[in-house]
Design a protein around this ligand. Structure first.
Ligand SMILES: *Cc1c(COP(=O)(O)O)cnc(C)c1O
Length: 385
């Protein structure tokens, strides 16, 4: 066989290679064979790619997996959780619309609505978890979209997802849930009637504290509108980050099983310890929303909020003494983390605002990682002093 034939055969082999992973398509642009092919793409008759800000095969492969996980027709990856939230809001809202948002919500969502989206003649009305118990009553004639989360940071209060979704559907209001804390392993909001699911994929979906990413999942009719906004805002995820997220996703179910089991064990241990004033974990029968959680969750997640009592000083002392839990914000990774809500999510809040969020100065939030739960309990035991 001459060299030319060998080279041709090897080139064919490359084309036929079937990698087990989706490679990183490290390209900004894609080659077309003809004007007709470009025309077909422009008119939606082609599954080719044009430009990576619009879409990239590595990104699309992960989007398809996440759509399946959420039981959604389609999903979209964005540059961060905040990228997902802002792109959804810009894609779906118009001047004059009203957004109803749970007041117990991720701080970035609250500030985005109150301080930025408000510049574009979109009004936001914030409602309490109690008010969300009668969701029909919180919607007005002008309400276009309702945004909520469950379980809620940091108290892990839960909202009846099906009840909120039904009330929104009846009135043609788009319902959006931030499903970050539960993950699709523990909770399936689309099956409960919610229109759109949002995630900070930075947390459990990636699970290794090394990628910042966001997700939206839902029907094509809504995501087509958001896709227009993503193209214009440029909030698509980079293919390298999408690859890493796709790798993290492969172990999501086994990671979540372990997070669920370890957190349940630790929460049960904490609840029996007299040095701890209150333990907030939706899997405990004593949790105020345990009945709702049990109805809509398959597992209760890896997040625990504990009130050690004795004010900020006792919480800070406990925090400083931890040796296995890392003192860090964020959640959902392999390594266990601890944060004090008054220094992170509720930083700068007044006494009244803290009370409304159900947050105290003696609270510590735990993100239970994948370490041996007995080692984590030993760390909590020594840190409680
Ligand atoms: C972290 C987080 C966000 C924001 O996500 P980023 O990836 O940091 O932009 C939104 N919602 C919840 C519940 C979060 O924990």
């Amino acid at each position: 066989m001459n060299i030319a034939t060998q080279l041709v055969q090897r080139a064919r082999g490359l084309q036929n290679a079937q990698p087990i992973t989706t490679p990183i398509y490290e390209t900004t642009t894609f080659v077309f064979d003809s004007a007709q092919e470009v025309l077909d793409f422009n008119e939606g008759r082609s599954d080719k790619f044009l430009y990576s800000r619009y879409g990239n095969p590595t990104v699309t492969a992960v989007e398809e997996k996440i759509a399946k996980l959420e039981g959604a027709a389609t999903a979209m990856l964005l540059s961060s959780g905040q990228g997902a939230t802002s792109t959804a809001l810009f894609g779906l809202l118009e001047a004059g619309d009203e957004v109803v948002c749970s007041s117990a919500i991720y701080g970035g969502t609250l500030h985005l609505l109150a301080d930025l989206v408000s510049h574009f003649a979109v009004r936001s009305r914030f409602v309490s978890v109690e008010e969300l118990r009668t969701p029909d009553a919180v919607l007005s004639e002008d309400t276009k979209l309702l945004w909520f989360e469950s379980p809620i940071n940091p108290t892990l209060r839960c909202v009846d997802i099906a009840a909120v979704a039904t009330a929104c559907r009846k009135r043609g209001v788009i319902s959006v849930i931030d499903n970050t804390f539960a993950s699709p392993v523990n909770q399936s909001p689309i099956a409960l009637g919610v229109d759109l699911v949002m995630h900070s994929a930075t947390k459990y979906l990636n699970g290794h504290s090394d990628v910042t990413a966001g997700v939206l999942a839902g029907p094509a009719e809504l995501l087509d509108r958001v896709q227009k906004a993503r193209k214009l805002l440029g909030t698509v995820l980079d293919p390298h980050a999408a690859y890493a997220l796709g790798r993290g996703l492969k172990t999501l179910t086994v990671r979540m099983d372990r997070h669920n089991q370890s957190a349940m064990k630790i929460a049960t241990w904490l609840a029996a310890d007299t040095r701890v004033q209150t333990v907030h974990y939706p899997g405990l029968a004593a949790h105020e929303d345990h009945v709702i959680a049990k109805k809509q969750m398959r597992g209760f997640g890896g997040m625990i909020c504990m009130d050690v009592g004795g004010g900020y000083e006792r919480a800070a002392q406990f925090f400083d003494r931890l040796t296995l839990f890392n003192r860090a914000a964020s959640l959902g990774g392999v390594e266990s983390l601890c944060s004090l809500p008054v220094l992170t999510s509720q930083w700068g809040h007044s006494e009244q605002e803290l009370q409304r969020a159900g947050v105290t100065k003696s609270m510590a939030r735990l993100s239970v990682g994948l370490e041996d739960p007995d080692d984590l309990i030993a760390d909590l035991d020594q840190a409680l002093g």
